[in-house]
Design a protein around this ligand. Structure first.
Ligand SMILES: NC(=O)c1ccc[n+]([C@@H]2O[C@H](COP(=O)([O-])OP(=O)(O)OC[C@H]3O[C@@H](n4cnc5c(N)ncnc54)[C@H](O)[C@@H]3O)[C@@H](O)[C@H]2O)c1
Length: 307
């Protein structure tokens, strides 16, 4: 690890308290569990109650567009939480009108991260998305100039969800400048496990082209939560975006073949493996010492005999 980018006083460890926003969601639930298993104390907050119970030390129900709720969630009887994991967002286009996707996501990110900086929280992690590059929900086919896509690729966003992620990343940069709050934004592709992942893989297998705009990248929910924990433990300083994707694709067709067919203008850079991911997560691996390792190939439900 590059110790120049790590500060021991920012390391979050057992006994420290972490606010998880969006705790009742797909990634939030697993994150709460993984953080608790790592010995962290968790404040789980969401605008919808978690029917299954979060298992967190404290559970709060409210909206992160409400400054009073944000302040209450960040504070507590023993002072501010040590860290924030901001996952609360509209997670895709089409859930609410386009302008609301943008406004709600940026508003929530601003209130949570800015108030965290003001309160003296030691570190922040937020879910961005590979959608920030602009391909996933563009509404028309756009191809990356090269794969694997790394963090140096500029956004070509033309949808409001992608724009909300680009702007939330800018909020992260802003709070680092304004408050010195370290802020890491994780660019996840499709995240899932269990029936959600099975249904996704089945769609890709049935029609590989249906996933062309997401570039066949994916991530197991446990690895999304694991990467969040790795950021908290890392003591990373400053602001950055990091890709975090499974090392392989969601398709049983070789990656080179997929790109030749669906993105013929994309340059396939050397080093991409036969079924390798189109997202380059090497920066996260270098900085966090974390590599996603949950896969789907060879699992009973996806073995050739089961097809
Ligand atoms: N799941 C994926 O495939 C995926 C991929 C890339 C990025 N992401 C990002 O990860 C984050 C979490 O996604 P998810 O899949 O768990 O979504 P989700 O919809 O399952 O969970 C999000 C949770 O946030 C809550 N929420 C939304 N706005 C809120 C607000 N203003 N105040 C309080 N609570 C609010 C919702 O009630 C929900 O429980 C989001 O930022 C999403 O954009 C998800």
């Amino acid at each position: 690890m590059n110790t120049g980018e790590h500060d021991p006083s920012r390391v979050i460890g057992p006994g420290d308290t972490v606010l998880v926003t969006g705790a009742a969601g797909t990634i939030g639930r697993t994150t709460v569990r993984v953080l608790r298993e790592a010995g962290l104390r968790v404040v789980a907050a969401d605008r919808r109650p978690d029917e299954e119970g979060s298992g967190a030390e404290r559970t709060l129900v409210g909206d992160f567009r409400d400054p009073g709720f944000v302040a209450a969630a960040l504070g507590g009887p023993d002072g501010p939480v040590d860290a924030v994991v901001h996952l609360a967002a509209i997670p895709a286009p089409g859930v609410v009108p386009e302008d609301q996707t943008l406004i709600q996501n940026v508003h929530g990110a601003y209130l949570v991260l800015d108030e965290a900086g003001r309160a003296g929280v030691r570190t922040a992690v937020a879910a961005s998305s590979m959608s920030a590059y602009g391909y996933a929900w563009a509404g028309r086919d756009l191809s990356p100039p090269y794969v694997p896509v790394d963090e140096g690729q500029a956004t070509v966003a033309i949808d409001s969800y992608a724009l909300s992620k680009v702007m939330s990343e800018q909020v992260g940069a802003f709070v680092t400048r304004r408050w010195g709050l370290p802020c890491t934004l994780l660019r996840f592709p499709f995240v899932g496990e269990g029936p959600r992942l099975d249904a996704h893989l089945e769609r890709v297998r049935h029609d590989p082209g249906s996933n062309r705009r997401e570039l066949w990248a994916w991530l197991h929910t446990l690895d999304a939560a694991g990467s969040i924990l790795a950021v908290l433990r890392s003591g990373l300083t400053g602001h950055r975006e990091l890709n975090v994707a499974a090392p392989d694709s969601s398709s049983d067709i070789p990656t080179a073949q997929l790109f030749a067919q669906y993105h013929p203008t994309t340059e396939l850079r050397p080093g991409i493996e036969e079924f390798g991911s189109s997202l380059d997560s090497s920066r996260a691996t270098t900085l966090l010492g974390f590599t996603p390792h949950h896969g789907w190939r060879g699992t009973p439900e996806h073995s050739p005999a089961g097809t």
